[in-house]
Write a protein that binds this ligand. Structure first.
Ligand SMILES: *[C@@H]1O[C@H](CO)[C@@H](O)[C@H](O)[C@H]1NC(C)=O
Ligand SMILES: *[C@@H]1O[C@H](CO)[C@@H](O)[C@H](O)[C@H]1NC(C)=O
Ligand SMILES: *[C@@H]1O[C@H](CO)[C@@H](O)[C@H](O)[C@H]1NC(C)=O
Length: 383
């Protein structure tokens, strides 16, 4: 005996054995379900393609102020500062990171979290990363932050921006950001977070899209180093910054939750080469009671950038930033570590909790000035 639609037509359904009838009904249901599912998929696919093809909604955001706002992210908190055109630079606030933020920063400090990202080195990288970018684009088109990490960053940046807005008494439309050198904390995510919040991402490094400001250089600038005296005099400023002598520094970011160290080649605040860089999110000050050899481990982390460098450098400066660098025990260990290289390097550590945000704010103010001036020059030359 055969089954199928022909049987159904030739004999009345009532005559079929009950089991068989059920199986036919089930098959019909399944076919119907498959068709339905197919139609759904086609619809979703079409909608998705249309969504991706739809031109991105343009936010016409422009910079509305001449002061500079600087954000600085640390492993467990972030800070914000303002630099006014009259030369006053002020810390504004410190915002604690929540559990999600802290976990994200620990994850991003691991080299296992690294992945392809913009800007790409070559076409191969761009192709290899296209699936991830497609997901990001889709999320953006749906009005969502482009990834979960971007959403986490958005929450932090929104809090910093709101603090800044209420401090300066007007909406903040642009800011710059500095970050510690964590293995997988990419400018791409920061850029997307700014975009989501309709904030202009102020950049300084020409030809380096998406490159965030390293906290070490931000702290250096926040101590008043590497910058010309009068940024309004463009020619003199450029000349002056060109002649700032370069030197090698040990850069140390030490907070209650993490330790980052590097050997930094610094000169003007628009230049930085950091190598090697080390980061450990388990060597913060709060971990000191957790294990016996804590201070020994910290000392090794401080020494390593100086002694493991392929070329023995003349380290003549130590740049310190973060909310724990003033702890006496830390200073003692730092002194021992510096002893390894001999000499008396200059210690640069003014307002270490806020120095990176302050330096970033100052860099932002100068970049905004140049941009505004540039715009006026172009519009004048077009007349
Ligand atoms: C600079 O300007 C800011 C904001 O207008 C003000 O709070 C600050 O007191 C000024 N500083 C000086 C030195 O005038
Ligand atoms: C190390 O660098 C500092 C500052 O750049 C310089 O004053 C000092 O002479 C240098 N020392 C050596 C041994 O080269
Ligand atoms: C640029 O032009 C605008 C208006 O045209 C003016 O408000 C602003 O002060 C100018 N900026 C500079 C740096 O000259």
């Amino acid at each position: 005996m055969s089954t199928g639609l022909i049987d159904l037509e030739s004999s009345s359904p009532g005559q079929l054995p009950i089991l068989e009838r059920r199986s036919i009904q089930r098959k019909m249901k399944l076919t119907k379900a498959a068709r339905y599912l197919g139609a759904m998929l086609l619809f979703v696919l079409t909608a998705w393609i249309l969504l991706l093809a739809f031109p991105k909604r343009q936010h016409y955001i422009s910079i509305t102020h001449d002061f500079g706002i600087g954000f600085d992210l640390s492993p467990s908190y972030a800070t914000v500062a303002v630099s006014y055109p009259n030369g006053t630079i002020q810390p504004i606030a410190r915002v604690e990171g929540d559990e999600v933020y802290r976990k994200m920063m620990v994850r991003l400090s691991l080299s296992s979290s690294q992945h392809l990202h913009q800007p790409y080195q070559d076409v191969g990288e761009a192709i290899g990363d296209s699936a991830r970018q497609l997901v990001r684009d889709t999320r953006k088109k749906l009005g969502l932050p482009s990834s979960r990490d971007v959403a986490t960053l958005c929450n932090m940046l929104r809090a910093l921006r709101d603090q800044a807005s209420s401090f300066v008494g007007e909406p903040v439309s642009a800011a710059a950001i500095s970050v510690p050198h964590l293995a997988a904390l990419y400018g791409e995510d920061l850029y997307d977070a700014f975009e989501y919040l309709s904030l202009v991402y102020v950049e300084f490094f020409p030809f380096y899209d998406f490159r965030p400001i390293p906290a070490a250089i931000a702290a250096y600038a926040g101590n008043g180093l590497g910058l010309c005296a009068d940024y309004r005099d463009a020619a003199a400023c450029e000349e002056e910054e060109l002649h700032i002598s370069s030197l090698f520094a040990l850069a140390v970011g030490y907070t209650h939750t993490g330790l980052t160290t590097s050997q930094a080649h610094v000169s003007s605040a628009y230049y930085l080469e950091e190598t090697p860089t080390l980061e450990n999110m388990h060597l913060g000050y709060d971990a000191r009671c957790g294990f016996d050899s804590y201070w020994e481990a910290v000392r090794q982390y401080l020494e390593r950038p100086m002694v493991t460098s392929p070329v023995q450098r003349n380290i003549s400066m130590v740049v310190l930033f973060g909310d724990a660098v003033e702890k006496p025990e830390f200073r003692e260990v730092l002194k021992q570590a510096i002893g390894v290289i001999g000499g008396e390097p200059e210690i640069v550590d003014h307002q270490p909790e806020f120095s990176a945000a302050k330096g970033t704010a100052e860099l932002a103010k100068r970049a905004i000035y140049r941009q505004m001036k540039g715009l006026n020059i172009t519009s004048e030359s077009e007349l």
